[in-house]
Design a protein around this ligand. Structure first.
Ligand code: GEK
Ligand code: PPY
Length: 242
């Protein structure tokens, strides 16, 4: 696995974070060392696919990056007529995702699409995974996507929504950020790497609070949702379509 050194040297000008070739090449290392619980979340997505699968249905992985969630779902789906649709708007990610998925044989077809998830039609879904992607959409586009996901889910369908979050209370927010920075430091990132990446993400990733997510889910029509994972300022929720 290629190690992430993208922010290791001082940069004269820190550009906005983008999912380009440089990031795609080190992405498994970057996400593993940056997102507490990432591996557990991916494993749980596999379990959820097993539990919520339905025959003749779609499984969407929106903002799939290298396809980790799609691979986990694929390993656990056995229902006939299943199709996984993995979507990302980064060409660098989509190319590598296609390669990763082709490296293993499976009965379940996966379609990998280079597309903007804000424009992609969604339908006939048993499960939709948005694993750390909603946070990269402009705020006004987030409601629309969640509403379309609700409409696309079949009765008994499941949305898995994982996000970095902000806390509405200043002391809690500061503490969660500090604990996350300690996590990154423990995983070998320097102060410079942490601070330069934070600057790069400032404009392009604006997290919501858990309360904002809950209101959005409810307004989209999800009568029931629950937080099933939280570590520091990272969480994952599930929402049910009845
Ligand atoms: N509008 C958009 N349309 C499509 N893709 C988008 C859009 N905006 C951002 N992306 C894509 O969303 C992904 C977010 S990473 C997801 C990890 C993955 N889910 C994982 O389980 O490993 C999370 C992170 O890096 O923190 C990137 O690949 C972007 O190109
Ligand atoms: O690294 C961070 O601080 C994060 O918030 C997570 C992350 C992981 C990978 C790409 C972008 C953000």
């Amino acid at each position: 696995m290629q190690k992430d050194h993208i922010y290791a040297e001082p940069l004269a000008h820190i550009q906005d974070f983008r999912f380009d070739d440089q990031v795609a090449d080190v992405f498994p290392d970057m996400i593993q060392r940056s997102v507490p619980g990432y591996q557990s979340i991916i494993q749980t997505i596999g379990q959820l696919a097993e539990r919520y699968q339905q025959t003749n249905s779609h499984y969407y992985d929106l903002g799939c990056s290298l396809g980790a969630a799609s691979l986990a779902m694929r390993r656990h789906i056995s229902a006939s007529g299943s199709k996984i649709i993995a979507v990302d708007n980064s060409a660098a990610m989509v190319q590598r995702c296609q390669r990763h998925l082709s490296a293993f044989r499976s009965e379940v077809p996966v379609e990998v699409l280079e597309a903007d998830i804000c424009e992609l039609p969604l339908e006939n879904a048993a499960m939709v995974v948005i694993n750390f992607t909603l946070q990269f959409l402009a705020k006004p586009q987030r409601n629309d996507l969640i509403e379309r996901v609700y409409q696309a889910l079949k009765p008994g369908g499941l949305l898995v929504l994982s996000e970095k979050i902000v806390s509405e209370n200043v002391q809690s927010n500061d503490l969660l950020i500090e604990l996350h920075h300690n996590f990154k430091r423990a995983n070998g990132y320097s102060e410079l790497e942490i601070s330069q990446k934070r600057t790069a993400l400032e404009k392009v990733m604006q997290p919501d609070s858990i309360a904002e997510h809950q209101v959005r889910l409810q307004q989209a029509g999800f009568a029931e949702s629950t937080l099933w994972f939280q570590c520091f300022n990272f969480c994952s929720m599930v929402a049910f379509k009845s």
